[in-house]
Design a protein around this ligand. Sequence first.
Ligand SMILES: [Zn+2]
Ligand SMILES: [Zn+2]
Length: 376
Amino acid sequence: MLANKYGKETLLRLRENETFERRTVSFYRYVRLENVNTLRNDLYQVWTELGILGRTYLATEGINAQMTVPVPNWDAFVADLDSRVVFAKMPLKIALEEKGSAFLKLIVRVKPRILADGLDDNEIDMNRMGEHLTPVQFNEALAHPDAVVVDVRNHYEHEIGHFDNAIRPDVDTFQESLPIIRDTLADHKDKPVLMYCTGGIRCEKASAYLRANGFQDVSQLNGGIIAYAQHVKEAKIESKYRGKNFVFDDRKNEKITDDILSTCHLCDNPCDEHQNCQNHACHLLFLQCQTCAKRLNNCCSAECKRIAGLPLEEQRTLRREARQRAGDSHYVSQLNRKKRKANPGAEETKENSTTIELKTKEINSGTTELVSETNS
Ligand SMILES: [Zn+2]
Ligand SMILES: [Zn+2]
C-alpha cells in the first residue's frame, strides 16, 4: 500500500523548509462511491504529487477530508477534483486563520463510514436532511421567537464557543449525541429546529435523524461555523456565534470573536486554550490557563506532573504495569468526571474512559474526532 515512510522529525523539518504558502481546506460529500480502494490509491498518488498533507476518509457513503494544499498547486488540485464526476463542484471550506500549516503527512483511509454515527443501515434517509441555510438565512432564522438552536458538537468543542442560547449536549462523541438531542427536543417536534456544527457534515446526519424521528421543521447551517465565520468576516457584520471554533488539527481553534466563554478546568479563571496533559499515559484534553500550565508543567495534576518528570524508561514501565492491571481502558478522564459531578445540571452521560482516552490521543496527534468516533 502507498503510505508515508518518514518519521515525525523529518516531516517537521521538511515542512519548515518549505518556500511556498499552504491553504488549509476541508470538504465532504455524501455520494455513492464505487471501488473505494482503487480510488483511495489514485487520490493518494495524485495528492502526493501535489504536495498535499492532511487526512481524508473514504467510504461507500462518500468522502470527508481536511488538508493543506500548496498554494501554487491549488488550481491543479481543484481541477483534479472537478475531473471526477463524484467530486465535481465540491464546496471547499477554506480556514479563516492561518497559524502555520496544520498537517505533517498525507493520510487517505478507507472506512466503513466517513462519520461514525452508531446508526443501523437504513435507520435514516440521507435524502431527507434538513433545509440548508446560508449564514444570512441562519441569522434570520435565529431571530424567530420559537427557534430551538442545537449545537451538534461535543462538549470540548462547544465549551470554547457557540451560538447564544444553543442547546449543547454534554457528550464526547457524535454518536452519543444523536439520541440525547432527540430526547432533549422531544417537546419541540413542531418548532423550528436550527442545528450547526464545525463544517456541516454532522448536521447532514443529525438533521436526517431528527426528521426520521418525527421532527417537522429542521434546518442546518450550510458549511457550518467555518462558512459562517468566513461570511461574517467578509460582510463585516456582527457574529452571533461567540468565542472560538474548535478545529481538529494543530491549530486547535479559530478565533471568531474576542469573547472568552470558558474557564480553566483547574482554577476557574477565564481560559479558552486546550491543552493535552504532558503525561503521555494521561493525555487528557482540557482547558488550562497559563498560570496553571506553568505550575504543573502543562500537566493536568500534580500526579501527572510527577510522572511526566520521571525518566522515559521509568514512565514506560509504569504504563506497562498499569496496562497489565487494568486492560486497555484504564486512562480515565478525571477532570471531565470531576467537572460533571460538580455540575449536576449537565446531561448525565455514560462514562466511557476508552472513548475519552482515544479522543484526546487523536487530537494530540493532529487527526480528528472521526477516528475516535469510529473507535468508540
Ligand atoms: Zn488555571
Ligand atoms: Zn494528566
